[in-house]
Design a protein around this ligand. Structure first.
Ligand SMILES: NC(=O)c1ccc[n+]([C@@H]2O[C@H](COP(=O)([O-])OP(=O)(O)OC[C@H]3O[C@@H](n4cnc5c(N)ncnc54)[C@H](OP(=O)(O)O)[C@@H]3O)[C@@H](O)[C@H]2O)c1
Length: 204
């Protein structure tokens, strides 16, 4: 299967799309066939900075895909799911055709949007929620969201205002551009150029 890996930290030219062995399934784990992932600031930092797991490493944190095998009775084969992998701590990057994660990290993908688009939600949505919760705002209070045109800020504004879910059609995800996995370097270059109104997705 294909995976985006680095053998060294550096610019987009450090990214290599290569064939690696398919993952094994441990108790409590699930194998997901990736439909898409997205680019987040932590992904270029993990690529460029001396952080993260031992090299070579597979990059990527966000994931949208379908369950192909499960050692977890709560997960059903074929189910569309989203997840976020703690790649720096565990070394499990999501930028590969098949990804193995503990079942408890999966959530059902929203049904009202394309599965690939939902890859823009896990890390940004978690961050926006955490920021709002740590601000301990109460109803009626006014908040200032800096970077509200960005991925996290765009969700934080909506969550603060609406406190509703995607499947009520009131929380909108913004996808700026999609790149196939094999064009990961171009995706990074576009992402790092900035000025995006929405996420950059990687499709499989
Ligand atoms: N994405 C995540 O899941 C995540 C998770 C944890 C932490 N974070 C952190 O949260 C922050 C936002 O991340 P993001 O993914 O939302 O990034 P993003 O999509 O690139 O959004 C950042 C927004 O802030 C704007 N901006 C840049 N510099 C600014 C400045 N000096 N003053 C005001 N606005 C400015 C950007 O405008 P331009 O594009 O025009 O420059 C963009 O609209 C970053 O510091 C990131 O490291 C993100």
């Amino acid at each position: 299967m294909r995976a985006v890996q680095i053998d060294r930290h550096g610019g987009p030219d450090a990214l290599i799309v290569r064939e690696i062995a398919e993952p094994a399934l441990a108790p409590g784990e699930v194998i997901i066939r990736a439909a898409a992932s997205s680019l987040n600031p932590v992904d270029w930092k993990t690529r460029a900075w001396q952080v993260g797991p031992r090299l070579p490493a597979t990059l990527g944190r966000d994931l949208a895909g379908r369950v192909v095998a499960a050692n977890d009775t709560a997960q059903e084969g074929g189910a569309p799911v989203i997840a976020m992998s703690a790649q720096i701590a565990t070394g499990r990057g999501t930028w590969s055709d098949l990804v193995t994660l503990p079942g408890h990290l999966l959530a059902p993908a929203p049904s009202s949007i394309a599965l690939a688009d939902s890859a823009s939600l896990p890390l940004t949505g978690t961050t926006a929620l955490q920021a709002l919760r740590s601000a301990r705002t109460v109803a009626g209070e006014r908040i200032l969201v800096i970077g509200a045109a960005g991925a996290v800020g765009g969700l934080a504004v909506q969550l603060a205002h609406l406190a509703k879910l995607i499947d009520t059609h009131e929380l909108r995800l913004r996808v700026a551009e999609c790149y196939p996995l094999d064009d990961i370097r171009s995706a990074y270059e576009r992402f790092e150029a900035g000025g995006l109104i929405g996420k950059v997705l990687i499709t499989f």
